[in-house]
Design a protein around this ligand. Structure first.
Ligand SMILES: *Cc1c(COP(=O)(O)O)cnc(C)c1O
Length: 414
């Protein structure tokens, strides 16, 4: 059966999907048509290259005169299916898969910027993102300024004539601070800059940054998109123009391509993303409310709590309960005691996995000050609000009573 890259020629094509199909339907159905075998579950195309019927056709395809799969560094049917599905969920025209979340940030930077350009970025983004923007891209002459997650005026003041990109991540890790996406999008537009949002913590199931004016949405597919902690993956979602003109050429030369196997795992993960995010955030909010009542707990961070400083903003920007990540600070006289109490709480768990990863159906627990933020100095950590008593829990799908009991066991030792 003849089939072009978009599958339009295939009679089983998902152009059968009603054009007004809703997101939950697209999460399960959007992709490419099946192969000639009519498989119901999406095919996994583990192939590095694709064959051509003749030298003549190969020449046309290499000259970009005819659209076809050529080589999996450029594109692959399984990867394309994942890209189409994620774009449908984010509400963007296009998406490009990458080998990891960090390579998605790298692709964004390489595609948009050149030496002498300037980036304004939240100080609360993922640590490796700060290192990449400031350190690695700094080496090639890209300038950067890091600003408050929540102080919109600081973003405005950081603008320079050469500012080309505003970069945010919301909610942040581990404090779940929320930035005002519409306000930042306005600032970017006024400055003639792009606005990119790392949507890792909420995913399109709970928050769609383009609805607030973001030009680009960045993902670590390693987290909730896969959802079961199996693979590394990443993606950049945006307009067809940006993806085709800015990112595809870099991908073809630089090769931070998403493996078809990993794309397939994420593709299948997207089918359950909506119900997982809903269920995990519900548990997270209930756990956060319970933690607020525990006498050994000094403070709890979760956007769904009314005590959260950006609770109203979070509820405007997100659907659902505020995401699945909860952080809290256990009491303790001084940093050493607080750290000992945090360690005791973590070590007393029997269900939670002690790992810095998140986005899994298995609940994970970590001590940010000595793991994800361990490379910062104590002064930098204090400034960031990440104290020695802080514990981060990324809530999975276990029974809530069991999770409460798991934490109560450790808290009782304090
Ligand atoms: C994990 C993470 C990344 C990096 O993703 P990898 O897939 O590990 O490269 C980027 N941003 C956020 C918010 C993350 O949590």
């Amino acid at each position: 059966m003849a089939q072009d890259k978009t599958g339009k020629a295939n009679p089983w094509g998902n152009d059968r999907l009603p054009p007004d199909a809703h997101r939950d339907t697209l999460a399960v159905r959007e992709g490419l048509p099946p192969s000639q075998w009519g498989e119901n579950s999406e095919g996994l195309f583990l192939t590095s290259s694709f064959v051509h019927p003749s030298a003549e056709v190969a020449a046309r395809r290499f000259a970009n005169e005819e659209e076809a799969f050529v080589y999996s560094r450029f594109s692959n049917p399984t990867v394309s299916m994942m890209e189409k599905r994620l774009a449908a969920l984010e509400g963007t025209q296009a998406c490009i898969g990458t080998s990891s979340g960090m390579s998605a940030v790298m692709l964004t930077m390489m595609g948009l910027l050149k030496a002498g350009d300037h980036v304004v970025c939240s100080r609360s983004v993922f640590g490796s993102t700060i290192k990449l923007i400031q350190g690695e891209f700094g080496k090639f002459g890209v300038q950067s300024t890091f600003v408050s997650q929540t102080d919109v005026d600081e973003w405005k003041r950081a603008l320079q004539p050469n500012t080309k990109l505003l970069f945010a991540e919301t909610p942040s890790n581990p404090l779940t601070e929320v930035c005002d996406m519409a306000a930042l999008a306005d600032i970017a537009r006024g400055a003639g800059a792009w606005f990119a949002v790392d949507n890792c913590f909420c995913t399109p199931a709970l928050q769609r940054p383009v609805e607030f004016g973001a030009d680009l949405v960045i993902h670590s597919g390693t987290k909730y998109l896969d959802g079961q902690g199996r693979v590394l993956a990443g993606a950049v979602c945006g307009s067809s123009e940006l993806v085709e003109e800015r990112f595809v050429p870099v991908m073809r030369s630089a090769g931070m391509s998403l493996s078809p196997f990993n794309a397939w795992v994420v593709l299948k993960g997207l089918e359950t993303l909506g119900i997982r995010m809903q269920a995990q955030s519900e548990r997270a909010l209930q756990l956060a409310q319970w933690l607020e009542e525990q006498p050994q707990v000094q403070r709890v961070y979760h956007p769904g709590l009314e005590s959260h400083p950006q609770h109203a903003l979070a509820m405007r920007q997100q659907s659902g309960c505020g995401g699945a990540v909860v952080s809290f600070i256990v009491k303790g006289e001084g940093a050493d005691a607080a750290r000992a109490n945090a360690f005791a709480t973590i070590d007393a768990t029997r269900i939670c996995s002690i790992t810095a990863n998140l986005g899994d159906t298995k609940t994970t627990i970590t001590h940010p000050a000595s793991t994800s933020h361990g490379r910062l100095t104590e002064v930098q950590r204090q400034a960031a609000g990440i104290t020695q008593g802080m514990i981060r829990v990324a809530v999975g799908l276990e029974d809530l009573q069991d999770l409460k009991a798991d934490l109560a066991r450790g808290l009782a030792r304090i």
